[in-house]
Design a protein around this ligand. Structure first.
Ligand code: PA5
Length: 423
């Protein structure tokens, strides 16, 4: 840590003075205190309206335009929420099977759409949105459909913004200075999260607390910077991959969000840790062998939750044929905790360093805090690696090729070239 102190201080100043590469994408930094309160209230009201009037909300977006919402909704509602509003995600795939199944499922549902796209031109999202719109119009007519579509996009530019204005959709704004993967605590994530019946004001309070706590250049007392520094140290000491581990299936999507956050922020100039993930115990019975004895290229970042909201105990069984009575009346939460200790020690003995990020419990406040913690750590991590953590030039490569091969106007030359190569 000592070796990193002055570098961290310098980057901290650079972030806050906004004079580092990518500084025009730092809108998320003080968003927890500068967000538009009127818009937040509108989101809460519209969410209530959706919850009272619809059976299903379809969230149509990809990458940063849905991962954070999915992660937060699963984390806070659980995987089988038994809630009155079903939330479905579309716009993140070209799979005809998945798309057709969702459309079929929606045929007999009263559904609303939240289409989310900063650029308004992402092909996966635009195609799904077109299909959803047509289904909705077929069911209720054009006029009513436009009242059932909620668009989250740029304030003034892009195809979606144009359409939303023309058709009169309720619109929420993703500020121009917040990139997709940093947008979960903006209307991109907050509106679908509110629709899930979650208190988004509390989430913002948690984020605000993190913002105040981590705006501190002193490495010794800044947990967030310490995490970023450990990651950098691992990377520079032959660890190629960070594995995000959780023992809670409803937190699995947090790891998916983290994979995008770190992967897209750091994977540049042929550098960066490969973010991977595992859900234990499930994956102890698949990846466990590799983690323990495979190529020692990993370290694990384990997300643990101290308090569980649910009490489940191992019951007593008179027969005891399974030999489990030695665990009778012990809580599964405690067993899980002990399993974590045992696993951690085994993996450390197997040359897999373990970091632990522990949160007191899963609720809106701590989730908001946790999201901000990771976003802030990711910013510092990127700068320690000497890359711009806020751009994603590499994502464009596949899009260009796809456009060219699909025959999008303007890509004819590249199309010819690619078809030759593909031969
Ligand atoms: O982090 C990012 O910027 C990306 O993952 C985007 O969120 C993703 O590509 C979707 O883009 P858009 O919101 O413009 O449709």
């Amino acid at each position: 840590f000592k070796k990193y102190e002055s570098q961290v201080k310098k980057i901290h100043m650079g972030i806050h003075k906004k004079n580092l590469p990518g500084n025009d994408y730092l809108g998320w930094l003080d968003y927890p205190i500068h967000y538009n309160q009127k818009e937040l209230s509108l989101m809460i009201n519209k969410a209530k309206y959706i919850r009272s009037n619809f059976e299903t909300l379809v969230v149509c977006g990809i990458g940063g335009s849905y991962l954070g919402a999915l992660a937060s909704i699963n984390a806070l509602r659980g995987i089988y929420p038994n809630d009155k509003l079903e939330i479905i995600f579309l716009g993140n795939t070209f799979s005809p099977t998945y798309i057709a199944q969702v459309l079929k499922h929606l045929e007999h549902k009263k559904f609303a759409i939240n289409v989310i796209s900063k650029s308004g031109t992402t092909t996966e999202t635009s195609i799904s949105f077109r299909l959803l719109k047509q289904l909705l119009i077929k069911k209720v007519g054009k006029k009513k459909a436009s009242k059932m579509i909620f668009a989250t996009t740029d304030k003034e530019k892009g195809a979606l913004k144009l359409e939303a204005t023309k058709e009169g959709y309720t619109t929420f704004t993703l500020p121009g200075d917040i990139g997709g993967r940093y947008s979960v605590l903006s209307p991109v994530g907050l509106f679908p999260i509110a629709c899930a019946g979650i208190d988004i004001k509390k989430m913002m309070l948690g984020a605000k607390k993190a913002m105040e706590e981590f705006n501190n250049p002193i490495l010794k007392s800044n947990k967030c910077y310490r995490y970023a520094v450990v990651r950098d140290y691992m990377y520079r000491h032959n660890k190629a991959s960070e594995m995000f581990v959780t023992y809670e299936p409803h937190l699995k999507e947090i790891a998916e969000w983290l994979k995008q956050l770190f992967g897209e922020s750091e994977g540049k100039d042929h550098k960066g840790l490969l973010p991977t993930s595992a859900t234990f115990s499930t994956d102890l019975h698949s990846l466990g062998q590799y983690i323990q004895e495979g190529t020692p290229q990993l370290f694990e970042t384990v997300l643990t939750v101290e308090k569980s909201h649910r009490k489940v105990q191992v019951p007593f069984d008179e027969q005891n044929t399974d030999g489990l009575n030695y665990l009778q009346h012990r809580s599964i939460h405690e067993i899980c905790h002990i399993a974590q200790q045992g696993t951690c020690q085994a993996h450390v003995d197997g040359r897999v360093p373990n970091l632990k990020i522990s949160i007191p419990e899963i609720n809106e406040f701590y989730l908001g805090e946790l999201i901000y913690f990771f976003e802030y750590a990711c910013g510092l991590s990127g700068y320690l690696l000497d890359v711009n953590p806020f751009d994603q030039p590499g994502v464009e490569a596949y899009k260009k090729n796809m456009f060219a091969l699909l025959g999008k106007p303007g890509y004819e030359e590249l199309g010819k070239e690619l078809r030759e190569k593909l031969k």
